[in-house]
Design a protein around this ligand. Structure first.
Ligand code: SAJ
Length: 432
């Protein structure tokens, strides 16, 4: 491939990151083959549709599939650039599981030819790209492998983490800076040339290990800072203070920027990635570990506070606002909101109602609890107790006069003008 020719690209893993990435690369004019292990995913994409929700992704995929620049398959085919974007979950005791990465690398190895570039994007423990390189070297002894030959290597291997925010993936895929770590500087330069084709943000090169750690550090930084906010919220509950007011005031200091407390930390990134650092250096990560524990512990705190409130008002209907792990998306993976709502539903059968505009039916977890999915208006009409668990804009915009007289537990701080519950509780008791 000459440097001004558009490379052919094979993207392995067509999930929340792989599919948008494949589509954005295809939009830049490269021929892209997306590979996934699931028939349904491959068929859906080949028919120009998508199997996940993400802003504007449907139109983009439909466009690139109909132009013939993106197609999907179960099998890897030869390409100039291979991008691996498969999951890296953790197993028991939070031990990172890189088996999907190694499986993908095995499939790539079989298709490699001199001149190819392999890029790992999956969030991975430090050292994974080198392990992947060692595996490729074992499977392809005919190729000169970077870091293992004195000659110019036949292929390039790099690590380049994605850092996009669900709900803004397409925008951030193009505009965010990228950190590209090569097994060697030459590998990094090869990958840099590729990313410059479709990334407008700055692309900075480094080593594969530094890039791996950078990704883990970014999400751990956020986790630690959210843990601080969550710890403050528990202290504020105990001291009868409004934590959001205190944070707002403290953030007026020019060098203070406290994040927002909530019912816990969800999603597949921030609650997972810190464990990859902890696992790599268990004796030197007390702060990162305790932050994880504080954020996971917040779910139990909210559950207890909500139960105290519900216990005070026997027989009264309760509306839980939100199941998604964060605002304005339909993603319920590892959602603290879902965990809390499902536990409340089991604790109070027949009394819990769910308001989740991003769900058409209740997800798993509510079986046998007689829980209903209702809309905002129904909740406002029929539920005297309201618990906010997700900060969807649609909830935030409910005006005070529609919430007045309600007993509210607002775990997200979306209704700062809500009066305290004393009067509402008294009125409810008198009415019953
Ligand atoms: N949360 C709070 N308080 C806050 C901010 C977030 O409780 O002040 C909660 C959210 O409600 C949610 C969780 O944290 O439950 C995570 O949400 P998020 O918006 O912070 O992050 P994710 O998981 O959607 O995406 C993160 C992003 N990382 C950072 O912001 C450092 C994203 O850029 C990464 O690409 C993504 O992880 C990833 O794939 O790793």
């Amino acid at each position: 491939m000459l440097s001004d020719e558009k490379p052919s690209v094979c993207v392995l893993g067509l999930g929340y990151i792989g599919l948008p990435t494949a589509a954005v690369i295809a939009r830049s004019g490269c021929k892209v083959l997306g590979v996934d292990v699931t028939d349904h995913v491959v068929d859906t994409i080949n028919s120009g549709k998508i199997h996940i929700e993400e802003v504007d992704l449907d139109g983009l995929v439909q466009g690139v599939v109909s132009r013939g620049t993106l197609r999907a398959s179960l099998m890897v085919e030869p390409a100039d650039v291979f991008v691996i974007a498969v999951p890296t979950p953790f197993g028991d005791d939070h031990v990172p599981d890189t088996s999907y990465v190694m499986e993908a690398a095995t499939n790539v190895a079989a298709a490699l030819k001199p001149g190819d570039c392999v890029i790992l994007e999956s969030t991975s423990p430090v050292g994974t790209t080198e392990k992947m390189r060692d595996l490729i070297a074992k499977l392809r002894p005919d190729l000169k492998i970077p870091g293992m030959t004195k000659d110019i290597p036949d292929i390039a291997i790099s690590y380049c983490p994605e850092r996009v925010l669900p709900g803004k993936i397409l925008e951030e895929l193009t505009n965010n800076d990228r950190c590209i770590g090569g097994i060697t500087p030459r590998c990094a330069r090869k990958a840099l040339g590729f990313y410059r084709r479709f990334v407008r943000g700055e692309c900075v090169t480094t080593s594969a290990r530094a890039a791996e750690m950078t990704k883990l550090v970014e999400n751990s930084y956020r986790d630690v800072n959210i843990a601080f906010a969550n710890e403050l919220s528990i202290v504020a509950d105990q001291m009868d203070l409004d934590v959001w007011e205190v944070i707002r005031l403290a953030n007026r200091h020019p060098r203070v920027n406290i994040l927002q407390p909530g019912p816990g930390v969800g999603g597949h990134c921030i609650a997972v990635d810190p464990w990859f650092i902890i696992h790599g250096a268990p004796e030197h990560t007390p702060l990162i570990r305790i932050a994880r524990e504080v954020n996971d512990g917040k779910v139990g705190h909210v559950l207890e506070q909500a139960s105290l409130m519900i216990d005070e008002l026997p027989g009264v209907q309760v509306a839980c606002f939100g199941l998604a792990f964060k605002a304005n998306i339909d993603d319920f993976r590892e959602s603290p909101a879902l965990k809390i709502a499902a536990k409340l539903a089991r604790r109070y059968p027949g009394r819990i109602n769910i308001v989740e505009p991003y769900a058409s039916e209740l997800p798993a977890g509510f079986e046998g609890t007689d829980t209903k999915l209702i809309d905002i208006d129904e909740a406002l009409e029929s539920c005297p107790v309201m618990i906010t668990l997700t900060d969807h804009d649609m909830f935030r915009s409910i005006p005070l006069d529609e919430r007045s007289g309600k007993v509210v537990y607002d775990t997200r701080g979306i209704w700062p003008d809500q009066p305290d519950n004393l009067q509402a509780v008294t009125d409810l008791r008198l009415a019953s």
